[in-house]
Design a protein around this ligand. Structure first.
Ligand code: CP3
Length: 347
C-alpha cells in the first residue's frame, strides 16, 4: 500500500481504497453553468477543444466545484478522426456530423502524418491542467487522458454521426472485412500515438471509450474491440511503464470477461450491468468503475440514494472507482451531484 499515491491511482493499482475515489463521465459539460458560460463564448465545439486555455479551464471547473478524484481532459473522441483529416462538425441539437466513410479511397485518404501537429493544442491542455491542479490545491486529483476506442470512432466515421443501431458499420464489418480491418488498424495506430502523447504531456491514467462495443456479435467484438485494445495496452505499457489504463466496453455484458484479457487495469461498467455479477467473473485485482444510472442523478433523493448504496455495498472490499454508467446529462441538478458525493465519500 502506497499512501503517497493518489486514491484513483491506488484503485487502478489493485487496492480496495475506501471510501472509493469518485469522478463522473462528462463531468465537464452542460449541466455546469460555468461550462455553459465558456461554451457560449466560442464559435464551435472543435474550437473549444483546440484552445488550450479554455479547454484547461473547463477541465478544472468540476474539480473546483466538487473536488473529484479524477479530472478528465476536456476534448472529444472525435478529435482523432478530425486530426486524421476526416471532416467533423457539431450541430446544435444534432450531435456530431461527419462525412460517411464507405470506400477504400476514404480510408486511404486518412493521413496519420498530420495527427501530431493538429493535436498539439490538446497536449498543451494536458500540461496546463497538470499545472493547474497543483497550483490550485488539488494534489489528490488524477489527470485522466482519453481516446475513443477504434471501433467506436469507426462507428461515427462510417455512419457519418450517431445512429440508433449502427447498421452501416456492422454491415461493413461483415461484408468488407479487409476494408473495415484497415480502418480499425489505422485508428489503432493513431490512438497509440495520441494516448502516448497525452501520457508524455502529463496524463496520469488513460481511458479508452468503446461506447458502442455492445452492438457487435461476440466474434466481431473480439476482432474489433478486444484485439485493438490489446495492442493499445501493450504499446502504452511498453512506452509508459506503470501508467494505468481503463477500458470501457459499454454494453458488452458477459464479454467484459474477454475484455479483461486486454491487460487494462480497470473496466468501466455500464448502467445495465449487474456490477456484482461483473465483479464475480473478473480477476479480484482488476478495478471496476461505474455504474450509477445518470438518470438516477436527475431524479435525486431516495431513488438515487438507494441505487448508490447498492453499488457501494457490492463494491466494498475490491478495487473500485465510483462513477456513472454513462455520461452525466445536461438536465442534472447541481445539488443532486453534491448529495451523491456526500454519500459516496461517507463510504
Ligand atoms: O467531461 C468529460 O467527460 C470530458 C470531455 C468529453 C466529451 N466527450 C466532451 C463533450 C469526453 C470524455 C467525451 C467522450 C465522448 N464523445 C464519447 C464517449 C463517451 C460516451 O458518451 O459514450 C462519445 C461517444 C463522444 C462523441 C460525442 N461528442 C457525441 C455523440 C456528442 C453529442 C452528444 C452530446 O452529448 O452533446 C459529443 C459532444 C460533446 N462532447 C459535448 C461535450 C461536453 C457537448 C457539446 C457541447 O458542449 O456543445
Amino acid at each position: 500500500m502506497d499512501l503517497s499515491m493518489k486514491p484513483l491511482l491506488r484503485s487502478l493499482n489493485g487496492e480496495a481504497v475506501w471510501p472509493p475515489p469518485v469522478w463522473l463521465m462528462r463531468q465537464a459539460g452542460r449541466y455546469l453553468p460555468e461550462y455553459r458560460a465558456v461554451r457560449a463564448g466560442v464559435a464551435d465545439f472543435v474550437a473549444l477543444c483546440t484552445t488550450p486555455d479554455l479547454a484547461a479551464e473547463v477541465t478544472l471547473q468540476p474539480i473546483r466545484r466538487y473536488r473529484f478524484d479524477g479530472a478528465i481532459l476536456f476534448s472529444d473522441i472525435l478529435m482523432l478522426p478530425w486530426a486524421l483529416g476526416h471532416g467533423l462538425e457539431y450541430r446544435q441539437g444534432e450531435g456530431p456530423v461527419l462525412p460517411p466513410l464507405r470506400d477504400a479511397a476514404s480510408v486511404a485518404a486518412l493521413d496519420p502524418a498530420r495527427v501530431a501537429d493538429r493535436l498539439a493544442p490538446i497536449m498543451q491542455t494536458v500540461r496546463l491542467v497538470r499545472a493547474g491542479l497543483a497550483a490550485e490545491g488539488f494534489p489528490d486529483t488524477t489527470l485522466i487522458g482519453f481516446a475513443g476506442a477504434p471501433f467506436t470512432v469507426a462507428c461515427y466515421m462510417v455512419e457519418g454521426g450517431g445512429s440508433k443501431d449502427f447498421a452501416a458499420v456492422r454491415a461493413m464489418a461483415y461484408a468488407q472485412p479487409a476494408l473495415f480491418g484497415r480502418l480499425i488498424d489505422v485508428l489503432t495506430e493513431a490512438t497509440i500515438e495520441y494516448l502516448s502523447a497525452q501520457a508524455s504531456a502529463g496524463a496520469e491514467a488513460l481511458m479508452l471509450f468503446d461506447s458502442w462495443a455492445g452492438v457487435l456479435s461476440p466474434s466481431l467484438f473480439r476482432t474489433h474491440c478486444v484485439a485493438p485494445a490489446t495492442r493499445i495496452v501493450a504499446a502504452l505499457n511498453a512506452r509508459h511503464p506503470g501508467l494505468p489504463l481503463i477500458g470501457f466496453p459499454r454494453l458488452a455484458g458477459l464479454l467484459a470477461r474477454d475484455y479483461a484479457a486486454t491487460g487494462v487495469n480497470g473496466i468501466g461498467v455500464d448502467t445495465g450491468s449487474d456490477i456484482a455479477a461483473v465483479a464475480a467473473m473478473l480477476p479480484p485485482r482488476l478495478a471496476l468503475q461505474g455504474n450509477l444510472d445518470p438518470l438516477a442523478v436527475v431524479a435525486g433523493g431516495a431513488p438515487m440514494a438507494a441505487e448508490t448504496a447498492a453499488i457501494l455495498h457490492a463494491m466494498k472490499g475490491r478495487p473500485f472507482i465510483f462513477n456513472l454508467g454513462h455520461g452525466i446529462v445536461p438536465q442534472t441538478p447541481l445539488d443532486h451531484v453534491a448529495a451523491l458525493l456526500e454519500q459516496v465519500r461517507a463510504g
